[in-house]
Design a protein around this ligand. Sequence first.
Ligand SMILES: Cc1cc2nc3c(=O)[nH]c(=O)nc-3n(C[C@H](O)[C@H](O)[C@H](O)COP(=O)(O)OP(=O)(O)OC[C@H]3O[C@@H](n4cnc5c(N)ncnc54)[C@H](O)[C@@H]3O)c2cc1C
Length: 418
Amino acid sequence: MPAPNAAPHIAGDTVWLTPRQCEMVALAADLGRNRFAPRAALHDREASFPADNYRDLRDSGLLALCIPQDQGGMGGDYTTFMLVAAEIGRHCGATALSYTMHVGATLWTGLVADALQMSSAQRADHEAHRATMRERIVAHGAVYAQPFSEGGAASAGKAPWGTRARRVEGGYVVTGKKLFATLAGAADFYGVLCTLDTPEATQRDTLFLAVPAEAPGLSVCGDWDPLGMRGTVSRNLHLKEVFVRDRGRLLPEGLYFEAAQRFPHMFATLAATYMGIAQAAYDFTVRYLRAELPGMPQVPRRMYPTKQHAVAQMRIMLEQARAMFLQTAREARVDPDADARLRLLASHHTVMENANALCTLAIRTCGGASMLKSLPLERLYRDSRCGSLMLPWTAELCLDQLGRDSLYDSGEGDEAIE
Ligand SMILES: Cc1cc2nc3c(=O)[nH]c(=O)nc-3n(C[C@H](O)[C@H](O)[C@H](O)COP(=O)(O)OP(=O)(O)OC[C@H]3O[C@@H](n4cnc5c(N)ncnc54)[C@H](O)[C@@H]3O)c2cc1C
């Protein structure tokens, strides 16, 4: 149950949403509240994958959220996705984060690909490949992961991927290692970024390939016992001479690099989970201070001015994050202008950092009992810590880019300044 005076939806006033968008967000809120929240503590404790939540996502149609309606999906756009993922994140951060990876694969191949220039042969190829992907999701409930990270400069967008794909008859042979692969062992397909193996390959030679989970040479390795986001089961992937058919190509050769440059909002999809966590920390605090949490002593604390000030501060931080989150969700488009790109980085940084700061303040305000493992706040606190660690837009790298791009125009160097 949300706090009595909390926004019923992350969107706040839903007047700007279409009735269809409202339905999809309400569906996510209902699943989150009634199914995912009651299971969250167990998956967190065991660091186990929430397969039960994925059954619900599959049955409700939400796995196909961003697949067009005429192909069996729900037809959600970027904004709808951000609101749906945030609603899920309000109840189970780990489910929201892994869901982001899955829906992200359908967004790259869907609305992002639609906005890119392709030759007619590339377009026909891409249509066929993504039809296969969409059919797998709609008809068979397939889940796609997005293991991009490798632990080097490539993950920060500053070097070619170390995972290499050699072209062979009918497809590619892929070799490499991916770290922190959310959905490891649970996904049906891994959307891997790799470099097409050519002499002097650059980032422009990035390939986006769907590797089937059962492909010979693919293995999940390493243990998983982290601080937070434990239900994402983000173990490592080893790929040793893995054959991937041509139809596993999720974007035409050479187009991932362009997509990443021209559609930067794709990297902000991770913020939705943490927006939900920020809202949850606020909701928890209000209910705690009103002594409305089930199983807790009925001792209200809302009459103390220190508590009221803390909640006021939390509300301000929440509204700052929400305002930026909603604005940038609505601004997502190909080729945003320089101002929108700076706003996007500022928004991403704000959501990630405010989520963790809100959880910290919530614990300080509610006190010792609130960090017991029988209550969700301590899990929210641990999960919230992970947001600003995620590449390519960690808190540090957001600041780096925001500072640099605020002071230098594209291509400009200091020699331009006399
Ligand atoms: C719960 C969880 C789930 C995840 N799921 C996925 C997933 O599904 N797919 C996926 O691809 N990744 C995933 N990741 C990985 C994530 O995006 C990062 O790649 C990972 O957390 C970075 O690990 P690191 O801090 O050890 O990286 P490092 O490369 O050691 O970076 C450490 C810090 O140094 C800074 N830094 C890094 N590179 C540079 C550079 N070139 N220049 C300047 N500063 C730099 C950054 O601020 C970074 O935070 C997940 C991570 C977590 C915590």
